[in-house]
Design a protein around this ligand. Sequence first.
Ligand SMILES: *Cc1c(COP(=O)(O)O)cnc(C)c1O
Length: 360
Amino acid sequence: MARVHNFSAGPAVLPLEVLETARDELTDWNGCGMSVMELSHRSKEFIGIAERAESALRQLLEIPDNYRVLFLQGGATTQFGAVPFNLCGPDDVADYLVTGSWSKKAVAEAKRFCRARVAADSQESNFTEVPDPSEWALDPDAAYVHYTPNETIGGVEYHSVPDAGSVPLVADMSSTILSRPIEVSRFGLIYAGAQKNIGPAGLTIVIVRDDLLGTARDATPRMMDYAPMAEAGSMLNTPPTFAWYMAGLVFDWLLDNGGLVAMGETNLAKSQLLYGAIDGSDFYSNPVRPDCRSWMNVPFTLADPELDGIFLEQAAVEGLTNLKGHRSAGGMRASIYNAMPITGVQALVDFMADFEARHG
Ligand SMILES: *Cc1c(COP(=O)(O)O)cnc(C)c1O
């Protein structure tokens, strides 16, 4: 059976070349007579896999030497709690910029562990834009400023990095990391669940500046404490070895395909193709302010929601799958991460034009 164009928001499409390499190496990795899944995480083979993955990620993102890279478990959601545990005490203020579902969840969890406050939100626009920086009520004494560069559900993305002054900036990059170059030195801490743009579910990446390590409050569970985790090379316990290996294959694939500059150009072209099709029709629409639209997650609605079911059914017949919008948003959503080729987006745009001609 042929591979479909998988527009899932996550777990999401992986590059075919990566899956083929994993398949070829599945039962016997590099002549060691066993799969990566069967290797001890303390073996020299796995340590090599782990180190190569980290060094490829460092090369891709040009991560400065004063940042540590952690390969963790628990998903981005665990980081919603780990961040306040590590970066502030229970009475400290932490500022949150709220632009949709994920940043709302992040601040709600942080409120359980510190004086987390909403410094700005875009509620008034029903979360269809990034709040204007002139309206941000940032506390200069906050322990950190947290934001969500890309809201995976609403399809709202910051196209520049917020200015938090000297306060450490914390970013939940789950659905946008590796989609284009970024300047890591602008951030105190970056975290991302792997299953959108990195690899399989089960792995969470944290990139944290040295000076933010070692300040976790006493009650921090060790598994959430960045300092001992960094000290142990992310191996305080058994790490998600296979997901780590797969992430390494994805990083190699990105390097082989021109790195993040090339990826950014392709992702911009893909998003322009899809938004162009939506804006060029009266049948499809996207509510997000054009300068805040996501390159990665494109929600759209049909003029007649009664047609949603038929749209999804006929799209699936054409091999265009997982286009149903998030249960909280309705309509459609096309997630077009790094591993979605522009030919997949073109196939979707062609189908949309054809569907409109038949039903519009
Ligand atoms: C998917 C997602 C999450 C949740 O990730 P888990 O790994 O399932 O915990 C958090 N934030 C953003 C921006 C996401 O896209």
